[in-house]
Ligand binder design. Structure first.
Ligand code: SF4
Length: 458
């Protein structure tokens, strides 16, 4: 009964968030920078912000997350952080020798109004940035958006600073994902490779935050999109954004700057969205769908049909990041589940909400952005109890209090492991996700069965 004081009655709150259903922009910016090879993520603000962002990512990935800070003191807070950043840049190149330093702002440097464009320009002019090295930045004020916004902003900045065009189009496809797990990035790359499609994924945190234990510490793990790859993205024949909220801005920039055609799609969660992804790639690239993917699709469909009696009619509450939430809603609907609540703390445009409504149907309670927090979700659940909750670790207290199974997905997951290694996207990921859901449903049925109803074959 950790949340025993949550009242059932819902009253309108104008200026109070209780247990936010999102985290701050720099967490996303830091994660995106980890997906670029030999890049050091730098937090331009106070030490505490950087420590929080690092520790959050470290707990979720169970890996030591590297990042540096401008370490603002009272002086920087009053007079601006330019001299802190100059000293930091000098030290980082001397001590850690990255190819790129990716600077993101924090609330404090945003409120001070530090002009990062000018500060970085002066650093080049004053010779603080060694030959062949690069410093870039993105603005990540946490008083708007969320970690998904920060992820998108940092991804877009890599393109803005680095990408060029030779004017000659090649046969590569730019693949830009929203804030997703490295395991899902790997699964998307696997499907593209199976189809024989040449791609550049930006960012790509696989082999960075899910690397093996081999007894060696690497400041810069072997994965990540390379600087050279990002430079050539202006020559690609197509950009695919996977996730409307977290992966639209970068393809749009590539389109407006270099005329690279673009498509924004849903994340390939579940059979419908994965079919759409594969079909689109098939039609855009003129490449046949390989047997391996057809086999995986057939297997997923088989499990869906075999176990539909258990998923059908189950009611669910879903909380998380918008692109993942939309995919999860689609997955639940195709398995005949009924979505009763959807909460995402990230602000979303009206068009996105209309699309979510189309998927969920007219009876689902949907709240996004301001006021969409874990407290509200708990109140909603007190009023209408679902069979399952889909959400991150912070939904655990609600799940325990209300005695409802929790399917963990999204960010952050601090109390379980596996999300960084095993995907939920693509057909194989869809199978894993469905098995997780079925395990939760069947475990609950076993627990709650009377002796005479207890089954061995389900
Ligand atoms: S001050 Fe802003 S950037 Fe820093 S941890 Fe708080 S919300 Fe995040």
């Amino acid at each position: 009964m950790q949340l025993k004081h949550t009242p059932q009655e819902i009253v309108e709150r104008k200026a109070l968030t209780i247990n936010a259903a999102k985290t701050c922009q720099p967490v996303g910016a830091m994660y995106a920078a980890l997906g670029v090879h030999n890049c050091m993520s730098h937090s331009h603000g106070s030490q505490g912000c950087c420590s929080y962002h690092r520790s959050s990512l470290t707990r979720h990935y169970n890996e030591p997350i590297m990042a540096t800070s401008s370490s603002f003191s009272e002086g920087a807070s009053v007079f601006g952080g330019a001299s802190n950043l100059n000293e930091a840049i000098r030290n980082i190149f001397t001590l850690y020798d990255p190819d790129i330093i990716a600077v993101h702002t924090t609330c404090l440097s945003e409120v001070i109004g530090d002009d990062l464009v000018q500060i970085i320009k002066n650093q080049y002019k004053d010779g603080l940035i060694p030959e062949g090295k690069l410093v870039l930045h993105t603005n990540t004020p946490s008083f708007k958006g969320s970690h998904v916004t920060g992820f998108s902003n940092m991804t877009t900045s890599f393109i803005s600073y680095l990408t060029k065009s030779t004017g000659k189009t090649n046969d590569t496809v730019n693949v830009i994902p929203s804030f997703i797990e490295p395991s899902d990035m790997s699964e998307i790359k696997y499907m593209l490779s199976e189809m024989g499609i040449k791609y550049i994924m930006l960012p790509d945190t696989s082999d960075v935050v899910n690397g093996p234990m081999d007894g060696k510490f690497r400041m810069y793990p072997k994965g990540g999109t390379t600087k050279e790859q990002i430079e050539t993205m202006g020559d690609s024949k197509l950009s695919i954004g996977l996730g409307v909220i977290g992966a639209s801005d970068a393809p749009k920039l590539l389109n407006s700057k270099f005329k690279v055609p673009m498509e924004i799609m849903d994340l390939p969660i579940g059979i419908t969205a994965t079919d759409q992804f594969i079909t689109k790639m098939h039609s855009l690239c003129g490449i046949p769908v390989p047997e391996t993917l057809e086999l995986e699709r057939g297997q997923l469909l088989d499990v869906m049909m075999d176990k539909n009696q258990y998923t059908s009619g189950k009611t669910v509450s879903i909380v998380g990041d918008p692109d993942l939430v939309l995919g999860m809603c689609q997955f639940c609907k195709e398995n005949d589940m009924k979505i009763i609540h959807v909460i995402t703390g990230t602000p979303t445009p009206k068009k996105w909400e209309e699309r979510l409504r189309e998927i969920c149907g007219p009876d689902t309670y949907i709240k996004t952005g301001k006021g969409a927090d874990m407290f509200l979700l708990h109140q909603l659940i007190k009023n209408e109890k679902p069979d399952l909750i889909f959400g991150n670790t912070y939904a655990k207290e609600i799940a325990l209090d209300e005695d409802i199974p929790l399917i963990r997905f999204g960010y952050p997951i601090y109390d379980r492991i596996g999300q960084q290694y095993m995907p939920v996207m693509g057909y194989r990921g869809g199978m894993r996700l469905l098995c997780k859901v079925l395990d939760a449903i069947l475990d609950r049925q076993d627990r709650d069965s009377n002796d005479e109803e207890f089954e061995f074959i389900m």
